[in-house]
Write a protein that binds this ligand. Structure first.
Ligand code: GLP
Length: 242
């Protein structure tokens, strides 16, 4: 089966066109998690491009976290989610870009006055209205994470505004965060968390806390996420400090 071909009249650089073709094949599930992608030589032939072009395209997809190289074995569609630590993306976007279907099971959705801890994290005055969302996040039918989000009242019309993606709902009201601070920590799942995720108590998790802000500096979200340790790799690009 062929992955596709490049359009003759596309002005974009060839490696970017090839990257797009491979990304499309992953998103449309023509290529699945853990599938080996064809060797460089075969891809070069199929797409009628040089091997250097193929390598450049693959390098790009590896750094996007869609492909992963295994020493001595070749290049595969990533099976663990390679989550960028520095991209302000949403869970739904992270899954859709990997050809997986995001889904949330709601534990609770409520409105109330901010707690002292939340008011510190969000910089809100005591008594301010917040919405709280507690969800189990799924990719296809697999549990991936537990999330607890607290959103200032000025960001949404009501908690019912969030049906699937929180960031979609925030985007609709013009309150999607544009900047965020994140903290990452290792955790062991507590019994009730393990039960929701279908893992064993004490299994490892990645705790990521995100505080998101609007352009004007006001807070837009305080979210505590507990990702399954067996499903995620956190990746970041580092630059020389000199
Ligand atoms: C990620 C972030 C959360 C954010 C969530 C939104 O999981 N760590 O801070 O709230 O995405 O995802 P969605 O828009 O799919 O609800």
């Amino acid at each position: 089966e062929t992955i596709g071909r490049l359009a003759k009249d596309d002005p974009a650089p060839l490696y970017l066109q090839l990257q797009r073709a491979l990304r499309d094949a992953i998103q449309s599930r023509q290529l699945h998690q853990d599938d080996a992608i064809p060797p460089e030589r075969d891809l070069a032939e199929e797409f009628d491009v040089s091997r250097i072009t193929v390598r450049k395209a693959i390098d790009g997809l590896v750094s996007e976290g869609l492909l992963t190289r295994r020493r001595g074995a070749g290049t595969f569609v990533a099976s663990r989610v390679e989550k960028s630590f520095s991209k302000l993306s949403s869970f739904s976007e992270d899954m859709i870009s990997r050809g997986r279907k995001p889904h949330s099971e709601w534990v609770s959705k409520s409105a109330g006055a901010v707690t002292p801890e939340e008011s510190l994290s969000l910089g809100l005055s005591p008594g301010a209205l917040v919405y709280r969302f507690h969800r189990v996040r799924y990719a296809d039918n697999t549990t991936m994470a537990l999330e607890y989000s607290t959103i200032p009242g000025y960001c949404l019309a009501s908690p019912e505004a969030v049906t699937s993606s929180l960031y979609d709902a925030l985007e609709k009201t013009g309150h999607r965060p544009v900047r965020a601070l994140q903290r990452l920590r290792a955790v062991a799942f507590l019994p009730e968390q393990a039960e929701r995720l279908g893992v064993k108590p004490g299994d490892p998790g990645l705790f990521i806390e995100r505080r998101g802000f609007l352009q004007d500096g006001r807070a837009a979200e305080f979210t505590q996420s507990y990702y399954r340790g067996d499903a995620y790799d956190v990746v970041a690009e580092l630059n020389d400090i000199s």
